[in-house]
Design a protein around this ligand. Structure first.
Ligand code: ARG
Length: 400
């Protein structure tokens, strides 16, 4: 009796997930493997990937376009939450995992599979996100992770695959481990494992080096509706097009790179390079529009929620009761986050240079230093007397 009869495997077309197909069948007694490749804008041609899965022994090879859902239900949620893990990483890879988990579960239910599988190893965050996401959506499904158990080196994996007709990689494989989708690229391993080593320029694909950026600034107006980006320079765009175009513009000006040491869920510190041009700009612009439209207390309170929310995404708790509760809070705060933010792109910077909103609660007559000033200056005196009283008493008692 094998570990499962029918398995839906998350499939990328790479060596590891390809080797998973014969491995599941020959080592773990699985009778049928159905592969599922999600198109989340990683730029791979999915036709050949689909055919490859069948050559490796899959009975069925599914390809699902998830780009629109990825942007609408995952990326835009993260933007409304200004989600940045450890204050920097906009979670471009992390956000894809719960959607893939959902696709796996739906396919397993549709095809009557008793397990789903993925090719993650035991050291990363993605295994956590897949496993927890899957168990949250269907606690009865088994999750198989062959690469977490097989203990084969890269060479052994390739050799194992060759025995079962898995083609070995044609080009010498790069030393980097790269994950890519519409939101960005994550690059680690190889020479990057030394935190002191500067990332070589050739690892970047979406962003230009500052030295190669245009000598003229470029301005882009981003419209938001209830915290969701809906237009660039006045032109209404669907989410996928908007992100694609903004990636292009920001990347061209050298905006969107990150080099950081991050704390993984499994306790390891890792060095990761990110390119996420549009996402980083959108979070920045969105946060700025909130500063114009949210009251101080909501804005300050939301900071704490954002921190928790970012952790939830990073740690694989997208489908969780706390996440749902925080969603309700965030959605409520977004009701009036509508308006336009102007961004100036120049030499590696995306600077916000203007913002406006029909719901702005900025009051020029209160803020002004001119004659139109409506603020009651005398009221400040009584306020400060009471506000400062505890401190004054403390000073009197302790300073003698
Ligand atoms: N560290 C990032 C995360 O946890 C990316 C993980 C995948 N990175 C990679 N280079 N394969 O979301």
């Amino acid at each position: 009796m094998g570990r499962a009869n029918k398995v839906v495997l998350a499939y990328s077309g790479g060596v590891d997930t390809s080797v998973c197909i014969p491995y599941l069948m020959h080592e773990w007694g699985v009778k049928e493997v159905i592969t599922l490749a999600a198109d989340l804008g990683q730029g791979d041609e999915l036709g050949p990937i689909q055919a490859k899965a069948l050559r490796c022994g899959a009975v069925e090879s599914l390809v699902i376009d998830g780009k629109a859902e990825f942007v609408q239900d995952y990326a835009f949620r993260a933007i409304q939450a200004n989600a940045l893990y450890e204050n920097r990483y906009p979670l471009s890879t992390a956000l894809a995992r719960p959607l893939i988990a959902k696709m796996l579960v739906e396919a397993a239910e549709k095809y009557g599979a008793d397990a789903v599988a993925h090719g993650c190893t035991g050291k990363g965050n993605d295994q956590v996100r897949f496993d927890v996401g899957i168990m949250a959506l269907n606690p009865h499904l088994k999750v198989l992770a062959p690469a977490r158990e097989w203990g084969m080196s890269r060479e052994q994996t390739i050799a194992y695959g060759e025995r079962f007709g898995v083609e070995s990689p044609v080009k010498k494989s790069s030393p980097f481990s790269i994950d890519r989708n519409l939101l960005g690229r994550s690059i680690e391993a190889g020479p990057l494992e030394d935190p002191m080593t500067e990332p070589p320029e050739e690892i970047y694909l979406l962003t230009k080096a500052v030295a190669d950026t245009p000598d003229e600034p470029e301005y882009v107006a981003i419209d938001f509706e209830k915290g969701i980006p809906v237009a660039l320079n006045g032109q209404g765009l669907d989410g996928v097009t908007l992100i694609t175009q903004l990636n292009e513009i920001a990347g061209k000006h050298g905006v969107g790179r990150l080099d950081m040491i991050e704390n993984r869920v499994v306790g390891i510190k890792s060095r990761e390079i990110y390119e996420a041009p549009a996402l980083l700009v959108l979070v920045d612009a969105h946060r700025d529009l909130e500063s114009l439209t949210l009251t101080a207390d909501v804005s300050h309170y939301k900071r704490n929620v954002e921190e928790t929310y970012s952790h939830l995404i990073y740690q694989g708790l997208w489908y969780s009761p706390l996440k749902e509760a925080l969603d309700a809070f965030i959605l409520k705060t977004q009701e009036r986050v509508t308006g336009q933010v102007r961004v100036k792109f120049f030499k590696g910077n995306a600077t916000i240079v203007g913002r406006q909103s029909p719901y702005s609660i900025y009051d020029a007559d209160l803020a002004t230093y001119g004659m139109e000033d409506q603020f009651d200056h005398k009221a400040a005196e009584g306020f400060i007397y009471i506000w400062g009283l505890p401190t004054k008493v403390w000073a009197q008692k302790t300073r003698g």
